[in-house]
Design a protein around this ligand. Structure first.
Ligand code: S3P
Length: 161
């Protein structure tokens, strides 16, 4: 069964997954390639529901692999996804405080983060608060990112295996 990295946008899921395994899969990239449609386009067209539905299907599909999977920050919003995570080998929550996340996002605002680009800081903070308990609910391991480098985080991950 797969191991998942979860957490808010900017917490470093993709970077860490790729540093952990060269075969790691980024769910956003996977979804974009599978449906040949960029993430931002679902938001532009008012089709976030379709994006979330596809995200669930992909979660189910990837669960059965033995890969390390970096998820999108909104994955925990759907109850069905939280249920699916119970079957995973590990669900690792990369926890970081909001101000640190916000600074990281400002420096790395990617096109597949339309929520960061469109929401006011205050609204993004509410989204962050709403999701914290959901990440905690499904996590089998919580890692405090703080100012740790990817290689320091990998050491923690390997010790947890
Ligand atoms: C989202 C996070 C993004 C991407 C999409 C929605 C979210 O992924 O899935 O823009 O709802 O937080 P990252 O967490 O990898 O940025």
């Amino acid at each position: 069964m797969a191991k998942f990295l979860i957490g808010f946008m900017g917490s470093g899921k993709t970077t860490l997954a790729k540093a952990w395994s060269k075969d790691a899969i980024d769910m956003d990239d996977y979804l974009e390639q599978k449906y040949r449609r960029p993430i931002y386009d679902y938001f532009d067209q008012g089709e976030e529901d379709l994006l979330r539905q596809r995200e669930s299907e992909i979660l189910q599909e990837l669960l059965a692999t033995d890969q390390i999977i970096a998820t999108g920050g909104g994955i925990v919003e759907k109850a069905i996804n939280r249920e699916l995570f119970k079957q995973a080998e590990a669900v690792i929550f990369l926890r970081l405080d909001f101000e640190a996340l916000y600074e990281r996002l400002k420096q790395d605002s990617m096109a597949n983060r339309p929520l960061f680009l469109s929401l006011k800081k205050e609204d993004l903070f509410h989204l962050f608060l709403k999701r914290q308990s959901l990440y905690e609910e499904v996590a089998t391991l919580i890692i405090e990112v703080g100012s740790r480098t990817p290689s320091e985080l990998i050491k923690i991950l390997l010790l947890s295996e």
